[in-house]
Ligand binder design. Structure first.
Ligand SMILES: [Zn+2]
Ligand SMILES: [Zn+2]
Length: 308
């Protein structure tokens, strides 16, 4: 009998986990951020404003934009958390994305460390991800320290960092943590500051019971979603030793495992691939689908010992 790892069959919700408005250093009003995402076909977005004490780019309070919610579109209370102690950042600050925070989550003080801030956001119920590792040269030890503090995932595609700085990636950080046994997820986001110019380039597709912040956050924590800059996963399932993948039309479907282990299937307008896991000697795998424009869908990692 086949085991479903992910399916879009029951519906998926498209959302942006990382973006900014005039509440911090973004150029769009909160109302415009919401309207533009709804018009672009999104189901939810997050005004993850810089939460810090520097008025040049941050605000000391979180914005609650849920007044803009409607039956078919929601906002999830979020922030990009900052505190001192990060190497290779202009202001020496950590950047940590937290989705599903309480609106009264306090700004860090100057003595709080990055790992302490992650742990505090996790304890407050948030889904916490390591922001734009490539953009600000996150070191391996910094990544390890945030994962050890409970960070749920790594932002492996940050659209504004990609198109404005050529530094949008995060796969190296993700795979380092996975190879060391940290069971972290991956996200793609926009980190938008001027919608639509730097928006609609990286998102998540979440399989959730309903379009509520609680159900979306629960599905994120369960890893029941994928990340994309273009293509879609229809389903990912296991039948015996076979891994079956269904996608929107793409040119390549890749099975990536630990170390540099990988296999791929290539073809014009490919929509399915089957991989034999019996010989794929790896602690985990994740699937990447790449379309003709080079845009990607990235599945979350799956661990062999969870699959039996
Ligand atoms: Zn940032
Ligand atoms: Zn940001």
């Amino acid at each position: 009998m086949a085991t479903t790892l992910f399916t879009s069959a029951a519906g998926v919700f498209r959302g942006n986990l990382h973006g900014h408005s005039t509440h911090s250093d973004g150029q769009n009003s909160p109302a415009d951020v919401v309207r533009l995402h709804r018009e672009a076909g999104y189901d939810f977005t997050c005004l993850s404003e810089h939460l810090w004490t520097d008025p040049r780019f941050s605000a000391p309070t979180i914005i609650d934009a849920t007044a803009f919610d409607s039956a078919d579109f929601i906002t999830i209370i979020s922030a990009e958390l900052h505190c001192p102690g990060k190497a290779h950042d202009r202001d020496g600050l950590w950047h940590i994305v937290a989705n599903g925070l309480p609106a009264d989550f306090p700004v860090a003080d100057s003595s709080e460390t990055g790992p302490e801030l992650v742990a505090r956001a996790v304890a407050a119920g948030a889904y916490v991800t390591i922001a734009h590792p490539e953009w600000y040269s996150l070191t391996d030890d910094e990544a390890r320290s945030l994962a050890a503090a409970g960070a749920h995932g790594v932002e492996i595609y940050n659209h504004s960092s990609a198109i404005e700085a050529g530094r949008g990636g995060g796969i190296a950080t993700l795979d380092l943590l996975l190879n060391e046994g940290d069971r972290v997820h991956l996200t793609a986001t926009d980190d938008s500051h001027h919608v639509p110019g730097d928006a609609f380039g990286g998102w998540v597709m979440v399989a959730a019971d309903s379009l509520t912040a609680g159900d979306i956050i629960a599905s994120l924590k369960a890893g029941n979603y994928y990340a994309s800059s273009g293509p879609d996963f229809i389903d990912i399932s296991i039948d015996g030793a076979n891994l079956d993948v269904g996608t929107s039309p793409v040119d390549r479907i890749i099975l990536a495992g630990d170390r540099h282990r990988a296999e791929f299937v290539a073809g014009d307008g490919l929509t399915t691939a089957r991989f034999d896991l019996a010989d794929f000697n790896s602690a985990f795998f994740r699937v990447v689908a790449i379309d003709a424009r080079g845009q990607c869908a990235w599945s979350n990692p799956y661990w062999m010992d969870d699959l039996g």
